[in-house]
Design a protein around this ligand. Structure first.
Ligand code: 0X9
Ligand code: ZN
Length: 302
């Protein structure tokens, strides 16, 4: 029931993951990494053609921000191509892919209800009349230092404390569990055509900035070659703004996953978050060309 000519519901996305586990049981394993504030299950799909090989892991998530619907669609397409398109089987030879298509399920579902299209945060109760924390300000790495709000009613509310949200706790605990083998962290957002790398909390650059930038350029070249837009490349702070507590900074700074990127996908013409449904497939297919580059890079390096 999932499709790339409409935006799928959280239930349809999860049902698809369970279907893949049944149809491709030698390739796919699901891992429930915990439940959300509203008790939805967060499911990671592990895709591996050789689970005993101790391969390097690429971890991907989408939908940390509820309204950025193209992100779960992109991540779902990556899953679809890795599992169901035999032409991509070689991408599984030396790399395992662990993928969380919807990192903020409560928010995603809420943004699909009437009048709440622009919801960004989680759905936990924070004040009498204000719900939600910005999950991408809630990670414990220079938490609250820059670009985050202390106002529970604000869209960039950092939360009452680091990892106050069960959703960010679940993601944290899973990444800590796989960190030994995890070599690349990719988190999909929208919009703006940006390939961002740390740091987001400071304008200072990481020690391996050259590698982060060079790989991003190769990814962009592949996307452009596939007919996609050209992405702006740089550190989050320098390209966008300073904002501490993001998952990308935490993945690199705490979990030690040195290659860490936030990809801001293309936007739509009117409302930036509303790419017309009939353009989803084009966008996610163009971006997938970049995933091939990431996959090859990790398989050659490790
Ligand atoms: O502000 C964000 O969280 C991201 N942009 S968005 O428009 N999708 O909200 C950018 C995050 C970049 N990374 C960090 N600041 N750590
Ligand atoms: Zn976002």
């Amino acid at each position: 029931k999932i499709s790339f000519s409409k935006y799928n519901t959280f239930n349809d996305i999860n049902a698809y993951l369970y279907q893949l586990q049944m149809d491709y049981h030698n390739l796919v394993k699901l891992q429930n990494i915990g439940t959300t504030y509203e008790k939805r299950g967060m499911v990671v799909i592990q895709i591996s053609s050789n689970p005993s090989a101790n391969n390097p892991i690429i971890f991907i998530d989408g939908g940390i921000h509820a309204r950025e619907w193209i992100a779960p669609a992109q991540v779902l397409y990556i899953i679809n191509q890795l599992v169901e398109n035999p032409a991509n089987r070689d991408l599984l030879d030396d790399v395992d892919w662990h993928i969380l298509p919807v990192a903020n399920p409560d928010g995603y579902e809420y943004s699909q209800t009437i009048n709440h299209r622009m919801w960004r945060k989680t759905r936990s109760q924070q004040a009498k009349n204000c719900m939600g924390t910005d999950a991408n300000r809630n990670f414990e790495f220079y938490w609250g230092l820059s670009g985050a709000s202390s106002n529970p009613c604000a869209d960039t509310y950092k939360g009452p404390k680091p990892f106050s949200e069960v959703e960010t706790q679940n993601l944290r605990d899973y990444l800590l569990k796989i960190k030994k083998n995890a070599k690349l962290y990719l988190t999909f957002h929208s919009y703006g055509n940006l390939i961002l790398y740390p740091w987001g909390y400071t304008s200072e650059l990481p020690h391996d900035e050259f590698e982060l930038r060079t790989l991003a350029k190769e990814v962009n070249d592949a996307i452009v070659k596939a007919g996609g837009p050209s992405y702006t490349i740089g550190s989050s702070t320098n390209v966008l703004y300073a904002a501490a507590g993001g998952s990308d900074d935490w993945a690199k700074g705490v979990a030690g996953i040195e290659l860490s990127y936030t990809i801001e996908l293309p936007g739509g013409k009117k409302n930036g978050f509303d790419i017309p449904a009939n353009e989803i497939l084009k966008v996610v297919n163009q971006t997938f060309a970049g995933m091939i580059v990431y996959g090859k890079y990790i398989s050659v390096k490790y």
